[in-house]
Every structure is written in structure tokens, then in C-alpha cells.
Design a protein around this ligand. Structure first.
Ligand code: 9WO
Length: 251
């Protein structure tokens, strides 16, 4: 598959340096494992003030983003992608959207192109949504001052799972949530930290025993902290045995 293409419509493209300039996501962009491009609605204005917002009809506090500059920016992004033979999904980051989870990340990860719309102010003129079919995605039930941070959260989750984005020692398949369980505890040197020792099983070098211990820890944490994750998941034979052992007191 060709490297995914991510386009972001935002008044603040500079904010995305936090994504494209650092760490795993920064390296993936530098290695061209994906591309991230920006469209500033201000560049699609005509007036001397480069106006992108106005007062809400009906009154009330705050400002509303004008439909036209957003419409033109979205259309420009779509046009570029269509010329490359890509059909993008369009996503508006909003608290009204479908909640982002790892399943949605995997689903959006199959798209060859996404256009993300990051809003500002109190929101966007509703008529924009009549001209473009936008899927709404929420990263959680709280209000922020714009959609840029949620767009970066989504992009980071997408980019780190592209093959080759993680260092060869890592594997996205072994991550917390990759198999629907919380992560197990991790340890590194020293063996003794202020009298607290690393569990012996991790030092003994029996890879089968290590895998069993990690799975048991992951199951215990998930049962204790997020039992609803276990309820909505098919358990393997080994997982049932380990959970049973936890329920009935042994280890
Ligand atoms: C403001 C508001 C106030 C009371 C009740 C609901 C409300 N929603 C908003 C709102 O969406 N404000 C905006 C700021 C306009 C669009 C961009 N903004 C935004 C996006 N804030 N929070 C998000 C967001 C996006 C995705 N996931 C979580 C939060």
C-alpha cells in the first residue's frame, strides 16, 4: 500500500511541529512513511483582514468560523488527493463525534488518505457540513479550545502503527490495547532500586514463563482497573486459566 497521506485544515499549522518534529511520529514523517500537509483557511480569504470568523446569528458569546474559507481549504485538499488517485475520508474533530479507541485507530489506519478539520472558536457554520460529508471523531468528553490537539492525538495513534515507524526492537502488536488488555508492568536496571527488587521471573530468562507472567499481570490490571474491557472480549484458553487462578487466590 502507498504511504498514507494526511491533510489537516487548521488556523495553526505551526502547532503540528509537536507531532512532526519529535519522537516516533517525527521520524516516521522524516522517513516518508506517511505525509502530513496543512491547509490554512486564512489563505483562502479575499478581504484585507483575512477574516475567518464572525459573530453568531441569534447572538451569544464568541465567534463562529466562516463556511467559505473552510469550504475552499477542504476542496483544495480533496482536489490534490483526487489527482493522486486517493479518495480521502474527511474527519471533523469534535466532542459530538464517535469516541476514538484503538479499534477506530485500526479502522482509520486502513485509509490511504485522511483530511482532518480542526475547528476553533465556538464552532463552524453548520452549512459547511451540508457541502462536505464529514465524520466526527471525539477523543473524550471534554471541551478544548480547538481541534488541533485532538487531530494530533489521532495522527500520533495512526502514525506509530505504520510498519517501520517503531524501532525494530518495538512492535505495535505488543502494545497496551493492541490485544484489548491493559499493559503489564515494566522493569529496567538496577535490579535493586531502594530495596525494591525486579520480579525474579523476569531475570531468569525463561521466555515462556515471562510471557505467562506478563499476561497474568495484564489480566489482573485489566480486571482491577477496567473490568468492562474484559467483559467485551473473547478470552483464549490460557487467559481463562490465568484469570481463574487470579480469582481463586493462587498468585
Ligand atoms: C463548546 C461547547 C460548549 C458547551 C457544550 C458543548 C461545546 N462544544 C464546544 C465546542 O465544540 N467548541 C469548539 C472548540 C469548536 C470546535 C473545536 N473545539 C473543540 C474541539 N473543543 N474540543 C474539541 C474536541 C475535539 C475532539 N475531542 C474532544 C474535544
Amino acid at each position: 500500500m502507498k504511504a498514507p497521506s494526511y491533510h489537516v485544515v487548521t488556523l495553526f499549522p505551526e502547532m503540528f511541529a509537536a507531532l512532526t518534529g519529535y519522537g516516533v511520529s517525527g521520524r516516521a514523517v522524516r522517513k516518508q512513511l506517511c505525509s502530513v500537509k496543512f491547509w490554512d483557511p486564512r489563505d483562502f480569504t479575499q478581504d484585507n483582514y483575512r477574516t475567518v470568523d464572525d459573530r453568531p446569528f441569534g447572538g451569544g458569546p464568541g465567534m463562529v468560523m466562516l463556511a467559505e474559507p473552510l469550504d475552499l481549504a477542504l476542496t483544495a485538499a480533496k482536489t490534490v488527493l483526487r489527482r493522486e488517485g486517493r479518495v480521502p475520508r474527511l474527519i471533523y474533530l469534535s466532542p459530538q463525534g464517535r469516541r476514538l479507541d484503538q479499534a477506530l485507530v485500526e479502522e482509520l489506519g486502513t485509509a490511504e488518505a485522511l483530511v482532518l478539520l480542526a475547528g476553533r472558536y465556538e464552532g463552524i457554520d453548520e452549512r459547511l457540513f451540508e457541502r462536505h460529508t464529514l465524520e466526527e471523531v471525539s477523543i473524550g468528553d471534554y471541551v478544548l479550545s480547538g481541534g488541533e490537539l485532538p487531530a494530533m492525538v489521532l495522527l500520533d495513534a495512526l502514525i506509530r502503527r505504520i510498519h517501520g515507524a517503531l524501532g525494530h526492537a518495538d512492535s505495535a502488536a505488543e502494545d497496551s490495547f493492541a490485544d484489548g488488555l491493559l499493559d503489564c508492568p515494566h522493569y529496567t536496571r538496577p535490579e535493586d532500586y531502594l530495596g525494591r527488587r525486579v520480579p525474579e521471573v523476569l531475570r531468569a530468562g525463561d521466555h515462556g514463563e515471562v510471557a505467562r507472567w506478563r499476561l497474568r499481570q495484564a489480566l489482573r490490571r485489566t480486571r482491577e482497573r477496567r473490568p468492562e474491557l474484559l467483559a467485551g472480549r473473547v478470552l483464549s484458553g490460557q487467559e481463562k486459566v490465568l484469570l481463574d487462578e487470579l480469582e481463586h487466590g493462587s498468585s
